[in-house]
Design a protein around this ligand. Structure first.
Ligand code: ZN
Length: 300
């Protein structure tokens, strides 16, 4: 892990040497066609560079803003170089734990934990905006099933609905794995109603051909494999995941899987940075107030 992290960081450090490089990358990502005032949409501004974070003052309404407003970096006290390192390490094949991140970029565990959750929140929100579309398969599966002992689900096993789009060669392309509100470890998969809710909320049904697999013994196998890989990957990096944030970790897995797919024109790093700039930081209070997924009857 140590060697891997350092290798990745070398590729990072060749691109972003210092705070200014990071800031310029953020400004270019936020305003790719030049400054736009968030209040009046005017495009001329003056740049005030006397502070640590450059401010842009609108030439029409005098509103002052920075490239960090409305992003996961807003109000951060950390150097942007540490944030960029965290983003880079987040893209490792199995991600990175808060403990490991705190050691690599030299911040406290709590700070590392919060950074990773801010990134997770951003990619989860971003991914939620895009429905599955096209040839779509939907499984009622169990996250945490040990393939060698399927009759004995792990105590943390959770019923999930997994959906994916399928490439022409039959491979799962975009994947979403959603926890189903049930008692953990009871071994039951999602029922037909819960599959229907998933399809209603996550699939653009007017532009898709949807095939659903409600019986756990007869699932769409390529998608079942992805759910199994998610369990293996998350288990490798995180020792134990409670229900409170498990959905965020599942989103992390599926979005990372999508970003790391070969053949994407735009680099995965640029896409991740774009998500971090497009989605405001989740407030700390909202993050810790998250509730475990509740049964449908209790939640309504
Ligand atoms: Zn303005």
């Amino acid at each position: 892990m140590e060697v891997q992290a350092e290798t990745e960081l070398q590729s990072f450090s060749s691109r972003y040497h210092n705070e200014q490089d990071c800031m310029e990358a953020l400004i270019a990502m936020k305003w790719p066609n030049g400054f736009v005032c968030p209040r009046c949409a005017h495009t001329r501004c003056s740049r005030l560079t006397s502070r640590r974070i450059p401010l842009f003052e609108c030439a029409r309404c005098a509103h002052q803003t920075s490239a960090l407003v409305g992003t996961i970096f807003e109000r951060t006290h950390l150097p942007l170089t540490k944030w960029f390192q965290a983003l880079e390490l987040f893209l490792l094949p199995d991600g990175i734990s808060a403990m490991r991140l705190s050691q690599v970029i030299q911040v406290t565990y709590k700070t590392a934990w919060l950074m990773l959750h801010r990134i997770r929140h951003a990619i989860g929100e971003f991914d939620a905006r895009e429905l599955l579309c096209g040839d779509v398969k939907v499984n009622s599966d169990l996250y945490g099933r040990n393939p060698a002992r399927p009759q004995f689900p792990h105590p943390y096993a959770s019923a999930v609905v997994a959906g994916c789009t399928v490439t022409e060669s039959g491979e799962p392309e975009r994947v979403k794995i959603h926890l189903v509100p049930q008692v953990r470890g009871d071994g039951n998969g999602a029922n037909r109603l819960e599959l229907a809710v998933f399809i209603h909320e996550q699939v653009d049904v007017r532009a898709s051909e949807v095939q659903s697999f409600p019986q756990t013994y007869r699932l769409y196998r390529p998608l079942k494999k992805v759910v199994s890989e998610a369990w293996t990957s998350l288990k490798r990096t995180y020792i134990a995941l409670g229900t409170k944030h498990l959905q965020a970790y599942l989103n992390e897995y599926t979005v990372r899987r999508r970003l790391r797919r070969p053949g994407v024109e735009e680099s995965m790093w640029q896409k991740l940075l774009y998500m971090g700039v497009a989605i405001p930081a989740i407030p700390y209070r909202r993050l810790i107030a998250r509730q475990p997924v509740q049964p449908l009857a209790a939640a309504s």
